[in-house]
Design a protein around this ligand. Structure first.
Ligand SMILES: Cc1cc2nc3c(=O)[nH]c(=O)nc-3n(C[C@H](O)[C@H](O)[C@H](O)COP(=O)(O)O)c2cc1C
Length: 166
């Protein structure tokens, strides 16, 4: 019998979710004492234009969870095809993540990827529980566009952006 989650076929649920392509972000923050934390996230979304709010969902089981829910600020780096391997590092538990990639620090010591498609710096407005995740709501303080185009995540793979069908 199929693995069920609250009466729902878990595999069918995951497959349906995988039908939705997304961008890929590396979300970073700085913990007490200056330790950098980060994770790869495809759950990034715009939330509000005025006030300027974004959201990203973080698994409550993530090692970096305590750092993000107590952070004052965090950074969303929207990554490009050149960052695909780096994004996999940031999706791997126990990895020495910041040994990879060309991170720089902003004036508050938060890691940013200067060659990201966009860098969005936020203050943590609220961390709202959502099932086994928490929704990190960020108030955007600074948003910068980079050079490259964003990468797409679809069915477990990194893809270049498709062509217009309009
Ligand atoms: C493309 C991609 C997107 C991901 N999106 C999310 C996400 O939106 N939220 C999340 O909590 N984990 C997401 N993950 C998994 C985390 O990046 C991964 O579990 C990470 O290692 C968690 O951080 P930790 O190492 O501190 O535990 C994603 C992984 C990949 C490969």
């Amino acid at each position: 019998m199929a693995n069920q989650v609250q009466g729902l076929d878990a595999a069918a649920f995951r497959s349906a979710l995988a039908q939705f392509p997304s961008g890929v972000t590396i979300v970073t923050t700085r913990g007490a004492g200056g330790t950098p934390y980060g994770f790869t996230a495809s759950s990034f979304a715009a939330l509000s234009l005025d006030p300027p709010l974004i959201l990203v969902c973080l698994d409550q089981g993530a090692d970096c969870f305590p750092a993000f829910v107590t952070a004052e600020q965090f950074v969303v780096n929207i990554v490009t095809p050149e960052h695909a391997k780096l994004a996999m590092k940031f999706a791997t538990k126990g990895e020495n993540k910041f040994a990879h990639g060309s991170f720089e620090s902003d004036e508050n010591g938060h890691p940013i990827l200067p060659d990201a498609a966009a860098v969005i710096r936020c203050e943590l407005e609220e961390a709202v529980p959502g099932g086994d995740h928490v929704i990190l709501i960020g108030r955007v303080r600074d948003a910068r566009i980079g050079g490259g185009k964003p990468v797409t995540w679809y069915r477990g793979d990194f893809l270049h952006l498709g062509e217009s069908v309009a």
